[in-house]
Unconditional design. Structure first.
Length: 203
């Protein structure tokens, strides 16, 4: 499990296309036990990790991955109050799909997605990228997520690694905050892993 999470984080960092010249400050949404934060630290970046589970954050602290980052307890569906332009990028591994559920009374998935993406857009620097790996249950769920992102100002698209493999297939929503009219969707970042963009038909 740790190996899989680490590899997905490496791929997300690749898609984020951060500068190699200096450390970046990255928001890690759904940081959990800190696996992704640790990988960011290994690459020389700093992170702020957000998670709804205090138990998972305690595990992260026990693993001592906080040397290159800080941890915050919070619900990503309620947004976050960071100052505009705080982060160079954002990463999220295996967390975004939880916003599509309404397990708690009063939770409306689309409204929570909009709040998340609006606050994410605001806290990213101009041109900053967010790479969100997630496990969609259906094409309709993917459309709901991408709609919420684009309506919040993001440009970008969906990258699918190993689309023909039921076990290895991974979905990455790759977004950029241009802080202007962002209507371009469907681009695919280049990389060594096979990709396919914006195909909702095969889940």
């Amino acid at each position: 499990m740790i190996d899989i999470q680490s590899k997905m984080t490496e791929r997300a960092i690749e898609l984020m296309m951060l500068s190699d010249d200096e450390p970046s400050l990255v928001l890690d949404v759904g940081v959990g036990s800190g696996i992704s934060g640790g990988v960011l630290g290994d690459h020389g970046h700093f992170f702020v990790g957000l998670d709804i589970s205090s138990a998972m954050l305690n595990v992260a602290l026990e693993r001592e991955v906080d040397e290159s980052g800080d941890f915050l307890l919070g619900d990503m569906g309620q947004g976050f109050g960071f100052r505009p332009g705080t982060f160079d990028g954002c990463i999220s591994i295996s967390a975004l799909q939880w916003l599509c559920n309404s397990d708690v009374k009063g939770h409306e998935p689309y409204r929570r997605l909009r709040k998340f993406f609006q606050d994410l857009f605001n806290c990213l620097k101009k041109g900053g990228r967010a790479v969100l790996q997630f496990y969609p249950e259906s094409g309709e769920q993917v459309e709901m997520i991408t709609s919420a992102a684009m309506r919040s100002g993001f440009g970008g698209g969906l990258v699918v690694d190993f689309p023909r493999s039921s076990k290895a297939k991974k979905h990455f929503l790759v977004l950029y905050a241009a802080h202007e009219d962002c209507s371009e969707v469907g681009w695919v970042a280049e990389g060594p892993v096979p990709t396919r963009a914006l195909d909702y038909s095969n889940f």
